[in-house]
Design a protein around this ligand. Sequence first.
Ligand SMILES: CCNc1ncnc2c1ncn2[C@@H]1O[C@H](/C=C/CNC(=O)c2cc(-c3ccc(F)cc3)cc(O)c2O)[C@@H](O)[C@H]1O
Ligand SMILES: [Mg+2]
Length: 214
Amino acid sequence: TGLSRPQRILKAVQKNATKGNPESVIAAIDHYCRHSEWAMNVGDEKGLILDSVVTEVNPSTALELGTYCGYSTVRIARLLSPGTKLITLEFNPDYAAIARQIIAYAGLQDKVILVEGPSGDLIPKMKQQHGIKSFDFVFLDHWKDRYVPDTKLLEECGLLRKGSVLLADNVICPGTPEYLKYVRNDPRYESRYFKSNLEYTKVEDGLEKSVFLG
Ligand SMILES: CCNc1ncnc2c1ncn2[C@@H]1O[C@H](/C=C/CNC(=O)c2cc(-c3ccc(F)cc3)cc(O)c2O)[C@@H](O)[C@H]1O
Ligand SMILES: [Mg+2]
């Protein structure tokens, strides 16, 4: 039955991007998803907000929940200082396989550790498997009903420290009402909403940035 959407996105990267050039990989995916077929990448508009938060935090340790095709993985990893790593979790092996190829095409494979499996099982293993003390930055972009349980799990596993920054995609569309309630009502978080649009559309969406106060 032909190629999957992630496979078609990989083909667009291989056709239109330059190997080793992350900007061209990002541009190729955005062009394809804007003009050929929509896909759930954070996209170019919300991507600029993601870029500015990553640049501001300049994390030594970063975590992404939900790799999908690796679009935001490339956006984040291209901004990391030498010697720092982005750990990205993806439980769909087909998506993981495509993401690995897109991350490698961008030349960022040495800055990214893609771990296959569900976040609920993998988060408790971060310390012992990857020598992580805590995460400076976490990008949440996986199943929307998992944002709250995984945030609580990060807290319980001692993976958040004073000043850790959580950035959550899709807090308006598809929406994460429980998560917004959680981070906006809990005094241990200082939250701010960055208004934007759903990737490649004029529909409102936005990112919620929440600083853990410890
Ligand atoms: C079980 C929870 N743990 C998980 N651990 C690891 N990976 C996980 C997990 N959940 C989901 N994933 C992976 O994350 C990705 C899922 C992302 C879910 N995202 C969305 O549903 C989403 C959906 C939309 C959207 C918006 C408007 C629409 F009309 C239709 C769709 C826009 C977005 O930006 C989105 O992020 C997949 O690659 C999936 O395999
Ligand atoms: Mg998203």
